[in-house]
Design a binder for this molecule. Structure first.
Ligand code: TRP
Length: 329
Protein backbone atom coordinates (compact mmCIF):
# COMPACT_ATOMS: atom_id res chain seq x y z
CA UNK A 1 0.00 0.00 0.00
CA UNK A 2 1.14 3.53 -0.76
CA UNK A 3 1.90 5.67 2.29
CA UNK A 4 -0.86 8.14 3.02
CA UNK A 5 -0.15 11.88 2.86
CA UNK A 6 -2.44 14.48 4.36
CA UNK A 7 -2.15 18.23 4.21
CA UNK A 8 -4.48 21.16 4.71
CA UNK A 9 -4.73 24.69 3.38
CA UNK A 10 -6.89 27.48 4.74
CA UNK A 11 -9.41 28.89 2.26
CA UNK A 12 -8.84 32.43 3.49
CA UNK A 13 -6.50 34.64 1.46
CA UNK A 14 -5.01 33.68 -1.89
CA UNK A 15 -2.28 31.23 -2.81
CA UNK A 16 1.03 32.77 -3.78
CA UNK A 17 4.11 31.49 -5.58
CA UNK A 18 5.68 30.60 -2.23
CA UNK A 19 2.81 28.18 -1.57
CA UNK A 20 3.11 26.85 -5.09
CA UNK A 21 6.88 26.41 -5.35
CA UNK A 22 7.26 25.36 -1.71
CA UNK A 23 4.39 22.89 -1.49
CA UNK A 24 1.74 22.48 -4.18
CA UNK A 25 4.14 21.80 -7.02
CA UNK A 26 5.57 18.97 -4.99
CA UNK A 27 2.10 17.67 -4.10
CA UNK A 28 1.48 17.27 -7.80
CA UNK A 29 4.69 15.27 -8.38
CA UNK A 30 4.10 12.81 -5.54
CA UNK A 31 0.60 11.82 -6.59
CA UNK A 32 1.66 8.52 -8.10
CA UNK A 33 3.80 7.40 -5.18
CA UNK A 34 1.54 8.34 -2.28
CA UNK A 35 -2.14 8.26 -1.48
CA UNK A 36 -2.74 11.96 -1.03
CA UNK A 37 -5.55 13.81 0.70
CA UNK A 38 -5.55 17.59 0.30
CA UNK A 39 -8.00 19.31 2.56
CA UNK A 40 -9.53 22.77 2.38
CA UNK A 41 -9.77 23.53 6.08
CA UNK A 42 -12.85 25.72 6.38
CA UNK A 43 -13.40 24.76 10.03
CA UNK A 44 -9.95 26.13 10.82
CA UNK A 45 -10.68 29.33 8.93
CA UNK A 46 -13.61 30.20 11.20
CA UNK A 47 -11.41 30.19 14.32
CA UNK A 48 -11.22 33.89 13.52
CA UNK A 49 -14.21 35.75 12.05
CA UNK A 50 -14.67 35.30 8.31
CA UNK A 51 -17.10 37.12 6.10
CA UNK A 52 -19.46 34.26 5.09
CA UNK A 53 -19.72 35.18 1.41
CA UNK A 54 -15.96 35.55 1.13
CA UNK A 55 -15.29 32.28 2.91
CA UNK A 56 -17.71 30.45 0.66
CA UNK A 57 -16.09 31.93 -2.45
CA UNK A 58 -12.61 31.23 -1.08
CA UNK A 59 -13.38 27.52 -0.70
CA UNK A 60 -14.43 27.17 -4.32
CA UNK A 61 -11.52 29.26 -5.52
CA UNK A 62 -9.05 27.09 -3.64
CA UNK A 63 -10.61 23.88 -4.97
CA UNK A 64 -10.35 25.23 -8.53
CA UNK A 65 -6.73 26.26 -7.90
CA UNK A 66 -5.81 22.81 -6.59
CA UNK A 67 -7.17 21.39 -9.85
CA UNK A 68 -5.51 24.10 -11.95
CA UNK A 69 -2.01 23.42 -10.56
CA UNK A 70 -2.41 19.77 -11.49
CA UNK A 71 -3.76 17.87 -8.54
CA UNK A 72 -5.62 15.05 -10.24
CA UNK A 73 -8.81 14.01 -8.47
CA UNK A 74 -8.54 10.56 -10.01
CA UNK A 75 -5.34 10.03 -8.00
CA UNK A 76 -5.61 12.37 -5.03
CA UNK A 77 -8.52 13.52 -2.93
CA UNK A 78 -9.40 17.21 -2.80
CA UNK A 79 -11.86 17.66 0.01
CA UNK A 80 -13.53 20.27 2.18
CA UNK A 81 -13.02 19.62 5.88
CA UNK A 82 -16.57 20.40 7.00
CA UNK A 83 -18.04 17.96 4.48
CA UNK A 84 -16.68 14.97 6.39
CA UNK A 85 -18.20 15.12 9.86
CA UNK A 86 -15.49 12.93 11.38
CA UNK A 87 -13.10 15.90 11.60
CA UNK A 88 -15.27 17.73 14.11
CA UNK A 89 -16.25 14.52 15.94
CA UNK A 90 -12.72 13.29 16.39
CA UNK A 91 -11.57 16.77 17.39
CA UNK A 92 -13.91 16.64 20.38
CA UNK A 93 -12.65 13.25 21.49
CA UNK A 94 -9.04 14.40 21.19
CA UNK A 95 -9.81 17.62 23.04
CA UNK A 96 -10.69 15.48 26.02
CA UNK A 97 -7.21 13.91 26.17
CA UNK A 98 -5.30 17.15 25.53
CA UNK A 99 -3.97 19.11 28.52
CA UNK A 100 -4.90 22.76 28.14
CA UNK A 101 -1.31 23.73 29.01
CA UNK A 102 -0.10 22.10 25.77
CA UNK A 103 -2.42 24.36 23.81
CA UNK A 104 -1.61 27.54 25.68
CA UNK A 105 2.05 27.04 24.82
CA UNK A 106 1.49 27.06 21.04
CA UNK A 107 3.26 30.08 19.56
CA UNK A 108 0.70 30.52 16.79
CA UNK A 109 -2.08 30.62 19.38
CA UNK A 110 -0.25 33.26 21.37
CA UNK A 111 0.37 35.38 18.25
CA UNK A 112 -3.17 35.13 16.98
CA UNK A 113 -4.77 35.59 20.40
CA UNK A 114 -2.78 38.79 20.93
CA UNK A 115 -4.41 40.23 17.80
CA UNK A 116 -8.04 39.47 18.82
CA UNK A 117 -10.32 41.55 21.00
CA UNK A 118 -12.12 38.42 22.13
CA UNK A 119 -10.29 35.11 21.86
CA UNK A 120 -12.64 32.40 20.67
CA UNK A 121 -12.28 28.94 22.21
CA UNK A 122 -11.77 27.65 18.67
CA UNK A 123 -8.47 29.47 18.45
CA UNK A 124 -7.15 27.49 21.40
CA UNK A 125 -8.59 24.26 19.94
CA UNK A 126 -7.14 24.95 16.50
CA UNK A 127 -4.23 22.48 16.80
CA UNK A 128 -6.51 19.76 18.21
CA UNK A 129 -8.68 20.04 15.11
CA UNK A 130 -5.52 19.83 13.03
CA UNK A 131 -4.50 16.68 14.91
CA UNK A 132 -7.97 15.28 14.19
CA UNK A 133 -7.57 16.01 10.46
CA UNK A 134 -4.40 13.97 10.33
CA UNK A 135 -5.23 11.14 12.73
CA UNK A 136 -8.69 10.64 11.20
CA UNK A 137 -7.01 9.22 8.09
CA UNK A 138 -4.09 7.60 9.91
CA UNK A 139 -1.80 9.63 7.66
CA UNK A 140 1.87 8.73 7.86
CA UNK A 141 3.25 11.84 6.20
CA UNK A 142 2.18 15.43 6.67
CA UNK A 143 4.00 17.97 4.49
CA UNK A 144 3.81 21.37 6.16
CA UNK A 145 5.82 24.57 6.35
CA UNK A 146 8.03 25.45 9.30
CA UNK A 147 5.26 27.49 10.88
CA UNK A 148 3.25 24.28 11.39
CA UNK A 149 5.99 22.09 12.81
CA UNK A 150 4.99 22.83 16.40
CA UNK A 151 1.41 21.78 15.59
CA UNK A 152 2.72 18.56 14.08
CA UNK A 153 4.70 17.82 17.22
CA UNK A 154 1.55 18.37 19.22
CA UNK A 155 -0.32 15.98 16.93
CA UNK A 156 2.28 13.34 17.67
CA UNK A 157 1.99 14.02 21.41
CA UNK A 158 -1.80 13.74 21.30
CA UNK A 159 -1.65 10.51 19.30
CA UNK A 160 0.86 9.01 21.73
CA UNK A 161 -1.11 10.11 24.75
CA UNK A 162 -4.30 8.61 23.32
CA UNK A 163 -2.50 5.38 22.43
CA UNK A 164 -1.08 5.06 25.93
CA UNK A 165 -4.41 5.81 27.64
CA UNK A 166 -6.67 3.68 25.45
CA UNK A 167 -4.36 1.29 23.60
CA UNK A 168 -2.76 1.41 20.13
CA UNK A 169 -5.20 3.35 17.98
CA UNK A 170 -3.42 6.00 15.95
CA UNK A 171 -0.53 6.03 13.52
CA UNK A 172 1.95 8.60 14.86
CA UNK A 173 2.63 10.78 11.80
CA UNK A 174 5.92 12.13 10.50
CA UNK A 175 6.41 15.62 9.20
CA UNK A 176 8.57 15.32 6.21
CA UNK A 177 8.45 14.28 2.63
CA UNK A 178 11.64 13.01 1.00
CA UNK A 179 11.68 15.92 -1.46
CA UNK A 180 11.50 19.52 -0.38
CA UNK A 181 10.26 22.51 -2.30
CA UNK A 182 11.88 25.89 -2.79
CA UNK A 183 11.80 28.36 0.07
CA UNK A 184 10.50 31.65 -1.31
CA UNK A 185 10.92 34.87 0.63
CA UNK A 186 8.86 38.06 0.58
CA UNK A 187 9.71 40.40 -2.31
CA UNK A 188 9.59 43.45 -0.05
CA UNK A 189 11.42 41.71 2.78
CA UNK A 190 13.70 38.87 1.62
CA UNK A 191 14.58 37.96 5.22
CA UNK A 192 11.10 36.53 5.93
CA UNK A 193 9.21 33.77 4.19
CA UNK A 194 6.55 34.83 1.68
CA UNK A 195 3.33 34.81 3.66
CA UNK A 196 -0.39 34.88 2.94
CA UNK A 197 -1.06 37.16 5.85
CA UNK A 198 1.58 39.81 5.13
CA UNK A 199 -0.09 43.09 4.25
CA UNK A 200 2.37 44.85 1.91
CA UNK A 201 1.03 45.23 -1.65
CA UNK A 202 4.45 44.22 -3.04
CA UNK A 203 5.13 41.30 -0.72
CA UNK A 204 3.79 38.27 -2.61
CA UNK A 205 2.95 37.22 -6.14
CA UNK A 206 -0.40 35.48 -6.18
CA UNK A 207 -1.09 32.62 -8.55
CA UNK A 208 -3.87 34.60 -10.17
CA UNK A 209 -2.00 37.90 -10.51
CA UNK A 210 -2.19 39.27 -14.09
CA UNK A 211 1.14 39.68 -15.98
CA UNK A 212 1.24 43.47 -15.52
CA UNK A 213 0.93 43.10 -11.76
CA UNK A 214 3.66 40.46 -11.70
CA UNK A 215 6.03 42.75 -13.62
CA UNK A 216 5.28 45.64 -11.30
CA UNK A 217 5.85 43.59 -8.16
CA UNK A 218 9.12 42.10 -9.35
CA UNK A 219 10.47 45.43 -10.58
CA UNK A 220 9.88 46.80 -7.06
CA UNK A 221 11.40 43.79 -5.28
CA UNK A 222 14.04 44.70 -2.74
CA UNK A 223 17.62 44.00 -3.85
CA UNK A 224 20.73 45.67 -2.42
CA UNK A 225 23.16 48.47 -3.21
CA UNK A 226 25.13 46.61 -5.86
CA UNK A 227 24.30 47.28 -9.52
CA UNK A 228 24.55 43.76 -10.92
CA UNK A 229 24.45 40.07 -10.00
CA UNK A 230 27.63 38.98 -8.22
CA UNK A 231 27.51 35.33 -7.18
CA UNK A 232 30.28 35.88 -4.64
CA UNK A 233 28.22 38.49 -2.82
CA UNK A 234 24.63 37.51 -3.41
CA UNK A 235 22.27 39.57 -1.26
CA UNK A 236 19.07 37.85 0.00
CA UNK A 237 16.78 39.82 -2.33
CA UNK A 238 18.66 38.90 -5.49
CA UNK A 239 19.13 35.32 -4.29
CA UNK A 240 15.37 35.09 -3.80
CA UNK A 241 14.65 36.36 -7.32
CA UNK A 242 17.06 33.81 -8.77
CA UNK A 243 15.49 31.04 -6.69
CA UNK A 244 12.11 32.00 -8.12
CA UNK A 245 13.53 32.06 -11.65
CA UNK A 246 15.13 28.68 -11.22
CA UNK A 247 12.05 27.10 -9.66
CA UNK A 248 9.92 28.12 -12.63
CA UNK A 249 12.42 27.39 -15.39
CA UNK A 250 14.02 24.34 -13.75
CA UNK A 251 17.37 25.40 -15.17
CA UNK A 252 20.38 23.72 -13.55
CA UNK A 253 22.57 25.87 -11.21
CA UNK A 254 25.38 26.15 -13.73
CA UNK A 255 23.15 27.55 -16.43
CA UNK A 256 21.60 30.08 -14.05
CA UNK A 257 25.06 31.25 -12.98
CA UNK A 258 26.34 31.62 -16.50
CA UNK A 259 23.24 33.43 -17.60
CA UNK A 260 22.98 35.94 -14.75
CA UNK A 261 26.58 36.57 -13.67
CA UNK A 262 27.26 40.31 -14.04
CA UNK A 263 23.75 41.04 -15.30
CA UNK A 264 22.30 44.34 -14.09
CA UNK A 265 19.42 44.13 -11.64
CA UNK A 266 16.96 45.88 -13.96
CA UNK A 267 17.56 43.36 -16.73
CA UNK A 268 17.61 40.46 -14.26
CA UNK A 269 14.24 41.45 -12.84
CA UNK A 270 12.70 41.66 -16.31
CA UNK A 271 13.79 38.11 -17.02
CA UNK A 272 12.56 36.85 -13.68
CA UNK A 273 9.18 38.48 -14.27
CA UNK A 274 8.83 36.87 -17.70
CA UNK A 275 9.74 33.45 -16.28
CA UNK A 276 7.08 33.80 -13.57
CA UNK A 277 4.48 34.97 -16.07
CA UNK A 278 5.25 32.07 -18.40
CA UNK A 279 5.20 29.60 -15.50
CA UNK A 280 1.85 30.81 -14.19
CA UNK A 281 0.15 31.18 -17.55
CA UNK A 282 -0.94 27.55 -17.98
CA UNK A 283 -2.18 27.47 -14.37
CA UNK A 284 -4.17 30.66 -14.88
CA UNK A 285 -5.64 29.36 -18.12
CA UNK A 286 -6.74 26.13 -16.50
CA UNK A 287 -8.09 28.06 -13.54
CA UNK A 288 -10.29 30.21 -15.77
CA UNK A 289 -11.73 27.14 -17.45
CA UNK A 290 -12.26 25.14 -14.27
CA UNK A 291 -13.69 27.94 -12.15
CA UNK A 292 -16.23 28.71 -14.86
CA UNK A 293 -17.65 25.21 -14.38
CA UNK A 294 -18.86 25.32 -10.80
CA UNK A 295 -20.80 22.08 -11.17
CA UNK A 296 -17.60 20.25 -12.11
CA UNK A 297 -15.77 21.58 -9.05
CA UNK A 298 -18.71 20.62 -6.82
CA UNK A 299 -18.73 17.12 -8.32
CA UNK A 300 -15.02 16.68 -7.66
CA UNK A 301 -15.47 17.70 -4.02
CA UNK A 302 -18.45 15.36 -3.63
CA UNK A 303 -16.72 12.42 -5.22
CA UNK A 304 -13.55 12.85 -3.21
CA UNK A 305 -15.45 13.22 0.06
CA UNK A 306 -17.43 10.09 -0.71
CA UNK A 307 -14.22 8.19 -1.44
CA UNK A 308 -12.51 9.01 1.84
CA UNK A 309 -15.50 9.14 4.18
CA UNK A 310 -15.29 5.39 4.90
CA UNK A 311 -11.71 5.83 6.21
CA UNK A 312 -12.90 8.61 8.50
CA UNK A 313 -15.87 6.60 9.71
CA UNK A 314 -13.73 3.61 10.49
CA UNK A 315 -11.43 5.73 12.66
CA UNK A 316 -14.32 7.40 14.49
CA UNK A 317 -15.85 3.98 15.22
CA UNK A 318 -12.53 2.67 16.48
CA UNK A 319 -11.99 5.68 18.75
CA UNK A 320 -15.52 5.39 20.12
CA UNK A 321 -14.93 1.73 20.93
CA UNK A 322 -11.59 2.42 22.54
CA UNK A 323 -13.06 5.18 24.71
CA UNK A 324 -16.19 3.23 25.63
CA UNK A 325 -18.60 5.50 23.80
CA UNK A 326 -21.72 3.83 22.52
CA UNK A 327 -21.49 1.91 19.30
CA UNK A 328 -23.92 -0.79 18.34
CA UNK A 329 -22.32 -4.11 19.24
N1 TRP B 1 -2.81 24.79 10.11
C1 TRP B 1 -2.41 24.59 8.75
C2 TRP B 1 -1.92 25.93 8.17
O1 TRP B 1 -2.41 26.98 8.54
C3 TRP B 1 -3.53 24.06 7.92
C4 TRP B 1 -3.94 22.69 8.34
C5 TRP B 1 -5.10 22.34 8.95
C6 TRP B 1 -3.21 21.49 8.16
N2 TRP B 1 -5.14 20.98 9.17
C7 TRP B 1 -3.99 20.45 8.69
C8 TRP B 1 -1.95 21.19 7.61
C9 TRP B 1 -3.56 19.12 8.71
C10 TRP B 1 -1.52 19.88 7.62
C11 TRP B 1 -2.30 18.86 8.15
O2 TRP B 1 -1.07 25.93 7.31
Amino acid sequence: MKPRVFSGVQPSGSLHIGNYLGALKNWVTIQDDYECIYCIVDLHAITVYQDPAELRAGIERLAALFLAVGIDPAKSSIMVQSSVSGHAELAWMLTCVTPVGWLERMTQYKDKAARQKTVGDGLLQYPVLMAADILLYQAQIVPVGEDQVQHLELTRDIAQRFNSLYGETFVVPETKLPTVGARIMGLDDPETKMSKSATGAYHAIYLLDPPEMIRKKIMRAKTDTQPAVDFDHLGPGVANLLTIFQAFTEWPDEKVRRHFAGKRYGETKKEVAEAVIAGLEPIQQRYRKISADRAYVADVLDRCAARIRPIAEETVQLVKKRMGLYTRA
